[in-house]
Design a protein around this ligand. Sequence first.
Ligand SMILES: [Cu+2]
Length: 138
Amino acid sequence: MKTLWALLPLLIIALAATQLWKGGDTPPAALTLPCADLAQGCAIRMQGRLVSVGTSGPVKPLAPFQVWVKAVNARKIQASFTMQGMDMGFNLYTLSAAGGDVFRGRVTLPVCVSGRRDWVMALDIDGAVLNVPFRSDF
Ligand SMILES: [Cu+2]
């Protein structure tokens, strides 16, 4: 038993070192694609593949609109809406494969109590994050 207690600090250090080592293995930092007009769509090269994103319909809170993402050979795409420095609540949409590397989803923006219109659409494309800052119409 005594030996175990003596070994405990070493064990903790070993665990911490493992965590640090793992830290170097995390996926690359999220990319940002500012999009002035989501209705027109925007595109970026991400880990060697072209990713395009856009919306159809008016982009305003509480009224559903469509998000589409085209990413070659993507398997799973999820979208959520956040604001810089403001918790906008949990919202997460899994887009459905619509054929031709296109994924679509019907989404709804949360209401911003501050009336801000500067949103960030966080796209998770097979585990790689693409942040798309945009302004809502209202
Ligand atoms: Cu807000």
